[in-house]
Design a protein around this ligand. Structure first.
Ligand SMILES: [Zn+2]
Length: 414
């Protein structure tokens, strides 16, 4: 992976920030956030987050952290709201905060009370003692992060520069665990989040960004070392057969379906997607889960699978099987939740057309396109993960906790 850093562009962002009465650091933060966000092999659609710590005019410590509802590739100053650091740092050795408590704390720490909610990863950004912190779900990292027992491999690949954080739920738990791991590995330059992604940090914008690029490049080299080819993003080069589209639409948008009013379809068929949907074991692999936890809120834990020549009866029985699987997944897991959960609809968001391609379904075009983009990246990561070893994402219980996490559900309402 190549660095997209460019001195002239960086200076342009600094000049613009200074003209707007903002700090040079915030200008650079906006710039490197955008070049992170501009690479679909680093982050997609609201994934990933970035921060920068600055001193206020009165000398107090502030942190600009990505706000919920913003995408990195188009972020502007209001998308990086400032929070006061002391209250955040005080949680480091305190007792566990519930989700509402953490959100309330983050909101009450906002300098501008009307700003968007700070990222659910804000506490970890605050704890890491570096001016700039970058977090991504890079494709090459996911191909390796979704493997069993990678602690020693991570040590070998990065030579101790990246510390290994076993999977924990994003939010408060990850912030506390990530901080503990960092403090046990003072001097490391990144955190490897098992089944999730990567953090890098440094005291200047370019260094933190370029550590991300360097570590992703090392992950790519590890894949190459094992003879694994990780292709770059690919454009769809085949259309969905109109008759199949008509049958899918008929079944999926029937009364009672979340798509009854409107069904938007985003069909992709790329070389990587075809490689995936032609696998003999595609059903078994696709049932394992999503490549990074937060995808589950947009594409559900697994896709539905149909044959390319499926008639409406076959599509209906695939849908019934999907719904039954989803309902039993909900029933198996809801008992563990601290508060009662309401089941979401039991309809898929992705449909694998065997040997052909993948359809992303949405109640509007944007939702369908986001689903399509996520599955374009995910299939490349899964293909590489399977070629490297065994695609092993978080298990069902963790997927459920993520899908039914109030802080994730809130993102869909934005
Ligand atoms: Zn993340």
């Amino acid at each position: 992976m190549k660095s997209r850093w460019n001195d002239t562009d960086a200076q342009r962002y600094v000049d613009a920030a200074l003209t707007d009465g903002q700090s040079e650091a915030l200008g650079l933060r906006i710039y490197t956030s955008r070049i992170v966000g501009g690479d679909p092999d680093l982050v997609l659609h609201g994934g990933g987050n970035t921060s920068v710590k600055v001193k206020a005019e009165d000398g107090s410590e502030l942190m600009h952290i990505k706000g919920s509802g913003w995408d990195l590739d188009t972020i502007e100053a209001p998308g990086l709201p400032a929070v006061r650091m002391p209250a955040l740092l005080a949680t480091r050795d305190g007792s566990k905060l519930s989700d509402p408590e953490m959100v309330a704390l983050l909101r009450s720490s906002l300098v501008d009370p009307t700003a968007p909610n700070p990222s659910v990863e804000a506490l970890l950004h605050a704890f890491l003692p570096f001016t700039f912190v970058d977090h991504t779900h890079a494709t090459a990292i996911l191909a390796l992060a979704d493997q069993p027992d990678m602690r020693e491999t991570v040590k070998r690949i990065f030579g101790g520069r990246v510390a290994f954080v076993p999977y924990v739920m994003p939010g408060f738990d990850l912030s506390i665990e990530g901080d503990k791991v960092y403090r046990a590995h003072i001097g490391c330059e990144g955190l490897w989040l098992e089944n999730h992604g990567l953090f890098t940090f440094a005291d200047n914008a370019r260094a933190s960004y370029e550590l991300m690029i360097e570590f992703v490049t090392l992950a790519e080299a590890e894949l190459v070392r094992k003879g694994v080819i990780l292709s770059g993003p690919q454009q769809s080069d085949e259309e969905l057969e109109p008759a199949l589209q008509a049958r899918i639409t008929e079944v999926l948008s029937r009364q009672g379906s979340p798509f009854a009013k409107r069904l938007s379809i985003d069909y992709r068929s790329t070389e990587a997607i075809r490689h995936y949907v032609q696998r003999d074991d595609v059903e078994q692999v696709s049932l394992r889960g999503t490549v990074t936890p937060d995808h589950v809120i947009r594409i559900k834990p697994w896709p539905m699978i149909v044959q390319a020549d499926a008639d409406t009866t076959a599509i209906e029985s695939a849908l019934t099987a999907y719904s039954e699987r989803y309902i039993s997944y909900f029933q198996r897991n809801t008992g563990r939740a601290h508060e009662p959960k309401t089941m979401l609809d039991a309809y898929p968001r992705l449909v694998i057309v065997r040997n052909k391609g993948i359809i992303a379904l949405g109640t509007n075009e944007q939702a369908a396109r986001i689903g399509g983009d996520l599955c374009e990246q995910a299939t490349r990561a899964i293909n590489a993960a399977e070629d490297y070893g065994s695609f092993t994402p978080i298990g069902e219980a963790d997927l459920f906790d993520m899908e039914y996490w109030s802080l994730e559900q809130a993102k869909l309402k934005e």
